[in-house]
Design a protein around this ligand. Sequence first.
Ligand code: FES
Length: 202
Amino acid sequence: MTSLPTAASATAGPGGTANAAPGAAPAGGGAGYAASTGLAAARVPGRHAPWGEAEARAIIAGFDGVPGALLPILHALQEHFGCVPELAKPLIAHALNLSRAEVHGVVTFYHDYRAEPAGRHVLKLCRAEACQSVGGTALHRDVLSKLGLDWGGTTPDGRLTVEAVYCLGLCATAPAALLDGAPIGRLDAARLDGVIAGAMAP
Ligand code: FES
């Protein structure tokens, strides 16, 4: 298979950056949820497959001969399993003639690659300066405390993962966030509580 892309060459690759660009309002989602939050209907991520070595090998083999296969493989694995499983790394390394450390280094370089599957909903709260300056820090502290989570954590019922991002390009409507890729601006405690209540609803 092909050689490992360098971090520099991979920067513009499908791994993206730590900061998710604000996405278009996703399709799908429950009307009740949308109504309860006042948001556009949010996409609910699909369920992911449990780890399976055969599936992982098949996914990796599907990129045989593809130039710059590492990032596409990581994306495909994450799409299938909801994360890049630790057990997949040696399989990737073997297929691409890389060291495990090289594979691990690329996986950890990109914040979008997960070690564990996210919850059904992913709330990304902006921690960059414009959002901090209008109360984002206190808002985030309070919501993490209420949920009993740290950044990157998932509620025990698997319904919600809360992640940090650093500027969503929504500074004019700070404090800002994304829920399952849907932008949310002008957050305050009440609105954020409503968003979370909607995401946590059965
Ligand atoms: S600083 Fe938060 S959206 Fe730009």
